[in-house]
Ligand binder design. Sequence first.
Ligand code: ADP
Length: 189
Amino acid sequence: MAGGDLIFMGPPGSGKGTQVRLLKDAHGWEHLSTGDLFRGHLRLGTPLGRLAEEHMSQGHYVPDEVTVGMVNERLGRIPRSRRIVFDGFPRTVAQATALDKLLGDHGRSLGCVIVLEVPSKDLLSRLSARGRSSERSDDSPEVIGKRLAVYEQQTRPVVEHYQKAGLLKRIDGVGDVDQIRQRVEQAIA
Ligand code: ADP
């Protein structure tokens, strides 16, 4: 990958969060996670945080215009020279289309899109294990099933979108953290 920003995709429980953190620590990239931004708003008790929580706690996505508006605002504060790793965005085809425009508006471009592939039976067991120790309202067993279904319905088409654009790299997300980290590094080298 010569340059440009990176999108990191993967279903809930795929280990996306862990790999994105390793990547940003190793390369000093800017981490833009819409889930973290929503949770930040929630902690501060902003109207955006309250609105997001209504959707998040049900396992639903926050409406596209709200999410895109928040990303646009964030992009305005990141220097153009700094590479971004997008985490959890875009999650719908409408968001992907909006991002193309936003990147252009902010003088940026996309280098590649990584998707971590993990079989659904593994996702369920990983998420149930995390749910027992998590304080997130969306890690309960009922909501986990919903989040996986929403990913398949709304986010899988985004993977196809980037496949068609020739930007996609699929990574096997089964293995230990370091093995997967090495696969990611190879994919972006
Ligand atoms: P995970 O990847 O484990 O599902 P995230 O922290 O990325 O967790 O997202 C948690 C929740 O935040 C999602 O289930 C959704 O409700 C909301 N969310 C995050 N990113 C987006 C987005 N791009 N569009 C809509 N909703 C989002």
